[in-house]
Design a binder for this molecule. Structure first.
Ligand code: AGP
Length: 631
């Protein structure tokens, strides 16, 4: 086994492993009792957020299974003092993406015989088609999840005489989407089969025992000898052996690496703070939010939409309501919604909406945006809208959250748990979901030409790669943060879709560094804010190419003439911006309406580095909560 000593985070990065971890997975095979090891592994994964948990053990008399919605402690309570003598098992903490967060949908999931158990992280895009075929063959499903399909696929192949490893390889060859799966079977106790595509999975090597997990945190108390399972590879794990094969069944080398982190570092994926980890997870989060929603013909299907096309065609006005960063995502979307659907769009901060006596009726669509799905102001606004007979669609990151119960339809972002109080990956995935919603409404109302829509889809598909490019080097934002970390006032300006990006940049900075920062439309400078300018005040200009670029350049010149120091977010090769900027944060060009997904990234990094430079904890800013459940 080749030993590597590359720091884990760099290796994870080099293998493109900054994937979205929505669920936690842990597996054990060895001479010890598996149950306590699995429970402790699930506890170590709790930091990431989840809504249910479960464990399956394989023994001579068959599979033992226990699952509960809610906390791991509730699962423990349900297990009680049961002594289950088994040395092989799998455990799972679920962050629901497909199917409500309840016990029947909790993992592990079994096949019809109840002798195969599967846990899964990721999204299986073609699970509906696979499930339909399996049900036609007589399989009986017990859950609404995409994961259960896997158990029945494995059962099918094992029934025809294949062993567990061959059956799992056959099952995953039929999947489209992202998966990290771990499978055990009562017919082959002692064996764990693990396979992955576009979702993290690692092996832990022990002495007479071996482990599988979605996250090094679940292994670190038992072993620091880790093997990263690479995409489309399958691991066959027993207590005394690990074998890895590729999709063609070709044996692969076992590349062992030593994990040098402590638990706290491991929880953050090697980053110093959750916020930085989540900033870097954004390309994967946007990729997951786009996944499976646009077919090859460019047709958009939003499976969470429970509104008929008729109802969408009857809409004659749209309101968007949200708070904080979610409001900024909504403001970004307003431009796209109006441009693509030709519907008038009003946007309100949720706390103001219902008190201004808005004109709503059954032809009104109200879009509520909330990553937590629990923000009291937003929930109250949507309840008011429903009371006024408006149709309500919500955008949220939490399956089954309160907002989903106050909506006629829901579009989930697939950002995975966001631990940092400052919204980062939930913001860019909200933008993504809102652009998909706008495109779906336009497609339904026939207000976009197919080639125009296809061009937007192509640009959307480019976003994750372009985001990775922006995030690959934050040395410049670090330098800018060092230069201005003592500035008492920051102004953020933008025009068009750059305006909400400016507001978001200001919000990020003020909420984690406690410096005064204000974002506003660049054209508003001369109507008052310009009085704030004096020598050395940093003005951050969101200056990526747009149809109002020339006007923004003159606003920058106005600020410069009054002593401001210009930090510009601009496209490479844009000499006019480069000439005016004292500091230039470059982002690649993308079609204007989608540019906020890139332009906001350096502003997130800037806020993070300034907060750190000021000795503050970016993950837990004072006075703030991750979800504001009071009005
Ligand atoms: C953003 O960084 C803040 N954490 C805050 O403004 C947040 O966006 C706002 O409270 C809305 O939260 P929600 O998306 O969960 O509704």
């Amino acid at each position: 086994m080749a030993k590597g000593d590359l720091p884990f985070v760099h290796l994870m990065g080099s293998l493109g492993l900054f994937k979205i971890e929505m669920c936690g997975i842990v597996g054990y095979t060895g001479s010890k009792s598996a149950l306590p090891i699995l429970l402790s592994g699930l506890h170590s994964l709790e930091y990431r957020g989840y809504d249910s948990a479960g464990i399956a053990l394989a023994g001579k008399e068959g599979l033992w299974l226990k699952r509960r919605a809610g906390r791991v402690s509730e699962l423990e309570e349900a297990i009680g003092d049961d002594e289950i003598p088994s040395g092989v098992g799998i455990g799972h903490t679920r962050w629901a993406t497909c199917g409500a967060p309840n016990e029947p949908n909790a993992h592990p999931h079994r096949d019809c015989s109840g002798r195969i158990a599967v846990v899964h992280n990721g999204i299986i895009e073609n699970h509906v088609q696979l499930r339909r075929k399996l049900e036609e063959e007589g399989h009986k499903f017990r859950s609404d999840t995409d994961t259960e399909t896997l158990a029945h696929l494995v059962e099918n192949t094992m029934a025809s005489g294949s062993d567990l490893a061959q059956s799992v390889r056959s099952a995953v060859s039929q999947l489209e989407g992202s998966y990290a799966i771990v499978v055990i079977s009562a017919t082959e106790p002692g064996r764990i089969i693990a396979a992955r595509s576009d979702a993290p999975l690692i092996l832990g090597l022990g002495d007479g025992e071996n482990f599988v997990a979605s996250d090094v945190v679940a292994l670190i108390e038992h072993t620091r000898r880790v093997v990263i399972l690479e995409d489309h590879h399958l691991a066959d794990v027993t207590s005394d052996n690990v074998r890895i094969v590729d999709a063609d069944g070709e044996e692969q080398p076992i590349r062992e690496i030593a994990v040098t982190w402590d638990i706290a570092a491991a929880e953050k994926g090697g980053f110093e703070h959750f916020m930085l980890k989540e900033i870097h997870e954004q390309p994967a989060a946007v990729r997951e939010t786009l996944r499976g929603r646009v077919d090859a013909a460019g047709h958009l299907t939003l499976d969470e939409m429970r509104m008929s096309e008729e109802e969408i065609r009857d809409i004659d006005k749209v309101f968007v309501v949200a708070c904080g960063s979610s409001f900024h995502a909504g403001l970004v979307a307003k431009y796209a919604l109006e441009h693509w659907t030709r519907l008038p769009v009003e946007i309100d901060v949720a706390s103001e909406f219902r008190y201004r006596d808005p004109v709503l009726n059954s032809e009104t669509l109200v879009v509520g945006i909330s990553q937590s799905g629990e923000t009291a102001d937003t929930l109250a606004a949507l309840r008011y809208a429903q009371h006024q007979k408006a149709k309500v669609i919500s955008i949220t990151n939490v399956v089954g959250s309160s907002i989903t119960r106050d909506s006629d339809a829901v579009i989930y972002t697939h950002a995975g748990p966001e631990i940092g109080v400052a919204a980062t990956k939930t913001l860019t995935t909200q933008m993504t979901a809102l652009w998909l919603l706008a495109l779906w409404v336009a497609q339904t109302r026939g207000t976009m030409f197919p080639d125009e829509r296809r061009a937007v889809f192509e640009e959307l598909a480019r976003l994750p790669g372009l985001m990775e490019e922006v995030l690959s080097d934050d040395s410049k934002t670090f330098m800018v943060s060092e230069r201005f970390k003592e500035a008492r006032t920051w102004l953020f300006i933008g025009r068009g879709v750059g305006f909400p990006v400016a507001m978001e940049g200001a919000l990020k900075l003020k909420e984690i560094s406690y410096l005064h920062a204000e974002g506003f439309a660049a054209g508003e400078m001369k109507h008052g804010p310009i009085a704030l300018l004096e020598d050395g005040v940093p003005v951050v200009a969101v200056a990526s190419k747009s149809h109002v670029h020339a006007k923004l350049l003159s606003n920058i010149e106005e600020a410069k003439a009054r002593g401001a120091v210009i930090v510009a977010v601009g496209n490479p090769g844009n000499d006019e911006v480069a000439k005016l900027a004292d500091e230039l944060l470059e982002v690649p060009h993308v079609t204007q309406l989608l540019s906020p997904a890139l332009d906001v990234l350096p502003l997130q990094l800037l806020a993070y580095h300034v907060a750190k430079a000021r000795g503050l904890d970016p993950d837990k800013p004072r006075n703030l909560a991750k979800s504001v459940t009071v009005e």
